[in-house]
Design a binder for this molecule. Structure first.
Ligand code: PLP
Length: 450
């Protein structure tokens, strides 16, 4: 048998790849924060497998054993007819340990599904109370998922344009970044305009990330903005839905990011870290009054998918929660996050292509700009995200760069989101490799843009 190639291009696979021009490294196994290609070459994982998921690192014995134990007992029953012990226990422990401010949980299998469910529940809440609200207002520069329902929540032209005819017409406000709107005042004015345009009694929810993930890593609007949203919720009766698909389960140094804000959400979605890459596990959490609207109304919240709340997935969720709690990993992210950001800043902050190093907990971002003025967005033809991520792979590092400038709100961003279990030595090695990567990219860009 000929050995598998270490990298696979579109013309050498039966798989329909996402990017037909990207040559995909073939990853064979992982161990802790290291990934190994089929040819044995090692990569340091600085982004939870690439999508901020593998918060406990790879190939954790305890989680794998918990999954195996459950599979031997009962892997699957349908949530529609049954409940099961792992689901019951996971729900109980999430509310007890991670989200005591909220009242009910429902599981799904991905972040997009969780956001779809949050949308349905927001509309359902109003319908139960005799109101047919449907519209959503959300900050434009975000990613909430790949389904048509969740794509409509983003206001990013590059994501929406190809599917425009399928998307619901929700309303968007510009992000209140330091670059665009430092105080949050303009975003609140935009929210007021959106409420007026929609008619406030048609607005079901304001949906946003409490702390942004890949789109503006580690960014959160100023307090004034959150206070303004709270006042308007009080006045107009819409719900606040937080997308915590990335920030949920410790990423920013608290169990959920809303716990760092003054604004209490009515519904949140979670995903990624809940299954930590060992099972597709996501869900929503709802406040008591949201649950009560259904409990005292139709008594039905009809929405679901085949694998929702399956024992196999929830057993993994329990093992992940157990590891996060018993190893004090959320506390570690909280206490280590600020120095990690400083170390990253010291390593790359002086490069001309870097405008800002930002972060909360283990969700760090590097804003990339035109080195000729240190401010403007990089021209699209530079293909910065492919260049940075490809150069990182050459340096033995996995990171993810998102192509944000195309949407006109913020420049491109490199995301550094290591596993919570990464040791100080491993974190230092990742930062060294990231600095070497961005140093190379800085030189290459300068020679192209001269
Ligand atoms: N919300 C946010 C903030 C995300 O970053 C993502 C995925 O990256 C999603 C939702 C969608 O999650 P999924 O890809 O699991 O459907």
């Amino acid at each position: 048998m000929t050995p598998a190639p270490a990298e696979i291009s579109a013309d050498r696979t039966s798989v329909f790849p996402r990017d037909l021009d990207w040559v995909y490294p073939d990853i064979e196994r992982g161990e802790g924060v290291r990934l190994y290609r089929v040819d044995g070459r090692e990569l340091l994982d600085g982004c939870g497998g690439g999508a901020m998921v593998a918060v406990l690192g790879h190939a954790r014995r305890d989680v794998v054993e918990a999954a195996a134990r459950q599979a031997e007992r009962l892997s699957y029953v349908y949530y529609h007819q049954f409940t099961n012990e792992p689901q019951e226990e996971l729900g109980r422990r999430i509310l007890e340990v991670a989200a005591p401010e909220l009242a009910r949980v429902r599981f799904v299998t991905g972040g997009s599904e969780a956001n779809e469910m949050a949308l349905r529940l927001a509309r359902g809440y109003h319908a139960e109370r005799g109101e047919s609200r449907w519209r959503i207002i959300s900050p434009a520069h975000a990613y909430h998922g790949a389904t048509f329902g969740t794509l409509a929540l983003s206001g990013r032209p590059s994501l929406q344009a190809p599917y425009e005819p399928y998307l619901a017409h929700h309303l968007h406000i510009p992000p209140s970044t330091a670059r665009l709107d430092e105080t949050g005042e303009e975003a609140l004015a935009a929210l007021d305009r959106a409420l007026e345009e929609a008619g406030p009694d048609t607005v079901a929810a304001f949906v946003c990330e409490p702390v942004s993930a890949a789109a503006i890593p580690g960014y959160s609007p100023p307090i004034h903005f959150w206070e303004g949203v709270a006042e308007r919720r009080e006045e107009y009766g819409f719900l606040v839905v937080f997308d915590e698909v990335v920030t949920g389960f410790g990423r920013t140094g608290s169990w959920f990011a809303y716990q760092q804000l003054s604004l209490q959400p009515d519904i949140i979605s979670f995903g990624k870290a809940a299954g930590a890459g060992y099972a597709p596990l996501a869900g929503i959490l709802a406040a008591e009054h949201v649950y009560e609207a259904v409990a005292s109304g139709s008594r039905e919240f009809e929405h679901g998918h085949t694998w929702d709340g399956a024992p196999q997935l929830c057993a993994v969720g329990l093992a992940v929660l157990e590891a996060l709690q018993s190893e004090g990993l959320v506390e570690r992210v909280r206490s280590r996050g600020p120095s990690l950001r400083d170390e990253l800043d010291a390593a790359v902050g002086d490069l001309d292509i870097v405008r800002e190093v930002r972060g909360r907990g283990f969700l760090l971002g590097v804003e990339l700009v035109d080195p000729r003025d240190g401010e403007s967005f990089l021209p699209g033809e530079v293909e910065i995200s492919t260049l940075v991520d490809g150069t990182a792979l050459e340096h033995g590092l996995l990171i993810t760069t998102s192509h944000c400038a195309a949407d006109g709100f913020v420049p491109d961003q490199t995301l550094f989101a290591p596993a919570y279990v990464a040791s100080d030595t491993e974190l230092a090695e990742m930062i060294d490799r990231l600095a070497a990567t961005l140093g190379d990219v800085d030189s290459r860009i300068k020679s192209v843009l001269r």
